[in-house]
Design a protein around this ligand. Sequence first.
Ligand code: NAD
Length: 513
Amino acid sequence: TRSCWFSMSPEPSTHQPKPPKVQNLIGGSFVDSKASSYIDVINPATQEVVSQVPLTTNEEFKAAVSAAKQAFPSWRNTPITTRQRVMLKFQELIRKNMDKLAMNITTEQGKTLKDAHGDIFRGLEVVEHACGMATLQMGEYVPNVSNGVDTYSVREPLGVCAGICPFNFPAMIPLWMFPVAVTCGNTYVQKPSEKDPGASVILAELAMEAGLPDGVLNIVHGTNDTVNAICDDDDIRAVSFVGSNTAGMHIYARAAAKGKRIQSNMGAKNHGVVMPDASVDATLNALLAAGFGAAGQRCMALSTVVFVGNSKSWEDKLVERAKALKVTCGTEPDADLGPVISKQAKERICRLIQSGVDDGAKLLLDGRNIVVPGYEKGNFIGPTILSGVTPDMECYKEEIFGPVLVCMEANSFDEAIEILNRNKYGNGAAIFTSSGAAARKFQMEIEAGQIGINVPIPVPLPFFSFTGNKASFAGDLNFYGKAGVDFFTQIKTVTQQWKDIPTSVSLAMPTSQ
Ligand code: NAD
């Protein structure tokens, strides 16, 4: 029987209500786990326990994979138009449930409600794109490759696929994964982030309501053990991962050892190069939005600014504007940025800020000691700006993943390009300039996979793909777009002959006649 994951039996009124236990989705039913351990999902603005997420047992994990395996033959043979219509209904239901989803994201993840709407919307666009899957999944055909012989290829689904999600986009990233996979005809096992599993569960409820048959989408919660079980399972054909490099490279190696396909989107250090000829206002606003939005917890956050020449003099203005940003709980209507995900994350970010100071950078704005009225227990860090940062500093080498802008200087444009290309990551990079020639040179010479020209967070829409590279990506087929469809399908090539004339025996390799 299906049930709602958050409708728990009421507790006696004298007690604090017990936080609900998040359920797994196995074979079409939301079920309580028999796990012996649960992890608290904590509201990062208040430290309240929102829910508890199970460390799913191996038996339950196997049941989810088995449900997906069983559902595959009939789902792959379901007409593609029917599969598309499920997505059409799904996108409608996501729109109707935007507010509920956004509130869940803000409560579990901390980002502002407006930003949570953006998180959902960027995922919704992938669902919209999947509604046109028949065209995307088309094969190829060459008639008469030999006399009376034709060859065509079709893109077939793989079978059971799995996704492993990070905490920072609780809606968008699950929606990068399973909608593309299942519309191609695969079935799916998804492991949400243990830090904010709620949006994944709501989305799964909506997908079921939209008509996704039992077993096509399954959800198992957990951490390392569940991830390792996914990597090792013989029935899982492909793994999509988004998260840190430590986890991503481990998963890449472990799942590849089992012969699986893997797409692994990982960490980043995205630079914004500011040319002296850029529009001052637009550039500063872009830097603030891309540096401090979502409290810097975006893989496409512009965390590093490289001021070229005398654009460095704009730093003061940047600091003034950053000071004006409102840091508070994401549900407050005037919030610009909310808390970071956990106490540990806050400690780590503060440590990296201090390492910058110790290494000789100038702390132009220090957000470490901020106290947010009404939310004194929250994991808040105010906008922080370190200036005079050099490539050897730890605060530059590490992905900070917090509301911290590190500012560097370059005497020339060439020097700026060299700084960017020396960085091991290759997710995104942006240039702010009014020179077409500089913009073109930047596009041609920068190694990062996603370039913004006067655009701070150039995350491509779903008809393109998310194309990070270098240490930000492992695999060869990117998320969503044509590459995403290729990832979730394998090519079958058919050569056919329908001739009336009799053929003679020849044991030689067939060649075109
Ligand atoms: P994370 O790597 O800690 O967790 C991601 C997932 O991996 C979670 O589901 C977690 O349970 C699992 N996991 C974590 N450690 C593991 C281990 N040792 N073994 C097996 N599984 C493990 O990442 P996070 O903190 O949730 O997310 C932040 C990171 O994600 C940042 O580095 C950010 O840049 C990156 N990110 C990248 C992209 C991208 O598209 N490139 C997008 C969003 C986030």
